[in-house]
Design a protein around this ligand. Sequence first.
Ligand SMILES: *[C@@H]1O[C@H](CO)[C@@H](O)[C@H](O)[C@H]1NC(C)=O
Length: 191
Amino acid sequence: MQSFAAAFLAFVSVLGSLPARSSSEPVKLQLERFEQVGGEGIADCSKLRVRKYNRTVFALDGTLHMLKDLDSSYEVTVRVAYSTMGNNQFNEYPMKLPQKSICRLLVEEYVDYQFIWGESTTLPKVAKGTKEFCPFPKGEYLFRDMVPDASFIPPVVPAGLWRMSIVVLNPGDVVVLQLRIFYRVVKGKGM
Ligand SMILES: *[C@@H]1O[C@H](CO)[C@@H](O)[C@H](O)[C@H]1NC(C)=O
């Protein structure tokens, strides 16, 4: 799923604009929910949801059905928003994220972030050094209680409720699909 790769990449990118804190507490990412906005002809996420895996862990589970091949005419960018009050009022986080063709994204970023979802999905695997991987193929991708590997998140990220939107555009200025992941960043004793 290009969305997760882009999303987590964005998450890493946003860190550069955050105030540095001296804290080095471990950080945990707790999934809250997943939402599709528009793009019913491109993806069907109605069978994908965040579910409680056990007392403390939430996981992404189900099926992401990509209804068409996404060729290089599809572009992707990521928007990240933070809810200061944790009340679902979100403020867009200022970021300068490149918007790029999904095919470039697959070989330039996705390849380095696949570890986040690991073996718990049937998403395409892109081998390191791949020069071209295109299109992102249509099909049903399974998520089996996927718990993101949060080890890449530096401790400077503010705790609280976050929303990451993977935005798909085609042509480059028309939003055709948004996949939104809501999650909490939890630190220290809150874990
Ligand atoms: C919940 O599941 C995670 C992942 O398998 C595991 O690390 C954790 O110990 C479990 N927690 C409880 C309370 O069972």
